[in-house]
Design a protein. Structure first.
Length: 396
């Protein structure tokens, strides 16, 4: 497994005076009204006291959000190819659920053309300024409860990489969550921690997986202990228990996000990325430490975790050759009726990944997609998508 993201992502001033919480639009039922911006460590609840919780990704979605990569200064000559990959992913997902692609107003026409405007795709291009494609990290993380939904803004700060080789413009990305929630009339909850959606993996029943390296890190949450970060995460997302794995700081732009490493298949069941041949020894050590932590962990309900390993490809056989190429099948995305996973050109490993995922998600289509340009920038399908979940029925 390689985990880096070289080409992704300078200066953000989204302080305490960031956009206020937004009331729900008239088009949504009053029962869907959710929490407004909350003080530090206060749990997200509706005005009627309904607790909001981050749901599992494999629940039903209203839509998938994506973003049109904007900057040639970030992607260079790869920009056209990356946009092609984004369009390809959007097309495939739109077969199963609506897709909304954020794009800068001056690039919206190109995005519509690239995404097949007027064709038989359920894809909408929404004119919201952005910098890059990694909407998993800068977009809202949704929380739901009976009859209610809100979007948690996790204070995106460019992965804390200002002044490093990974530094890139992100001010538009940092503001996009608030703007997007306003567009859809969903209340915004401002988290009391700094992080990204790719650092948060939940079973939907109160258990969260996270790496220490990406959240308990001075580049996101300076001066805060692991216990303090955990309390903030639990409060914002309605989490009962955090299972921490060590991760690895400083070796990729994300400081080892969990979504390339371990994912919940279902409550009590975890998919673990197993490094393929040719993987750097540092990432093999991350895998070993993660497996050890998961084996000794129990979830919020007291259940031990059943681990399914998802073998990575042979890095000597894949199409991607860059040092930062993310060859993780575990960075897959679950949508309505399907699982979307990369394929890398190692036919044996691509086939194994298909079989493992089909066994893990027997009721869904497994859709394999070439995303070599995105992967060469250190990301994957999960990194480039964010789901808006269906609101659970109100309790009567």
């Amino acid at each position: 497994m390689t985990h880096p993201e070289s080409s992704r992502r300078s200066l953000l001033k989204l302080g305490a005076a960031a956009l206020p919480a937004l009331a729900l639009g008239a088009a949504l039922p009053t029962t869907a009204r959710a929490a407004t911006a909350t003080p530090a460590a206060a749990p997200a609840v509706t005005p009627s006291g309904v607790q909001l919780r981050m749901p599992a990704e494999d629940g039903r979605h209203v839509r998938t959000f994506m973003a049109w990569p904007a900057l040639s200064s970030v992607w260079g000559r790869s920009l056209s190819g990356v946009r092609g990959d984004i369009a390809r992913v959007a097309h495939q997902i739109s077969r199963y659920e609506p897709v909304v692609v954020l794009a800068r107003p001056e690039q919206a026409a190109d995005a519509r053309y690239g995404c097949g405007y007027g064709a038989s795709y359920d894809i909408t291009v929404l004119e919201i300024a952005n910098d890059d494609l990694w909407i998993r990290d800068f977009g809202p993380t949704f929380v739901t409860g009976p009859g209610a939904i809100a979007g948690v803004d996790t204070n995106f700060n460019g992965w804390g990489k200002r002044g490093t080789s990974y530094d890139q413009p992100y001010a538009n990305d940092a503001a996009a969550a608030a703007t997007l929630l306003a567009e859809y009339g969903v209340d915004r909850v401002r988290a009391s921690f700094t992080g990204e959606g790719g650092s948060l993996e939940t079973d939907g029943e109160g258990t969260l997986l996270a790496t220490v390296s990406s959240l308990v890190n001075g580049n996101r949450n300076p001066g805060r202990s692991q216990a303090q970060v955990e309390q903030a995460v639990r409060s914002a997302l309605g989490i009962d228990k955090v299972i921490w794995v060590p991760g690895l700081a400083g070796q990729d732009i994300t400081d080892c996000h969990i979504d390339c490493l371990a994912r919940f298949i279902a409550p009590g069941r975890v998919m673990l990325d197993q490094p393929g041949p040719g993987t750097d020894a540092r990432w093999v050590a991350v895998y070993d430490a993660t497996k050890k932590a998961l084996r000794s962990a129990t979830d919020a309900q007291g259940r031990p975790l059943a681990i399914t390993e998802l073998p990575g490809p042979d890095r000597r056989l894949i199409r991607g050759t860059g040092k930062e190429f993310l060859s993780s099948y575990t960075n897959y995305y679950t949508a309505n009726g399907a699982v979307f996973v990369p394929q890398f050109g190692d036919d044996h490993s691509d086939g194994t990944a298909y079989a493992v995922l089909q066994a893990a998600y027997p009721g869904r289509d497994i859709v394999q997609i070439d995303i070599d340009n995105i992967a060469d920038g250190g990301g994957g399908i999960h990194c480039s998508t964010q789901s808006q979940p269906v609101v659970p029925p109100a309790v009567r």
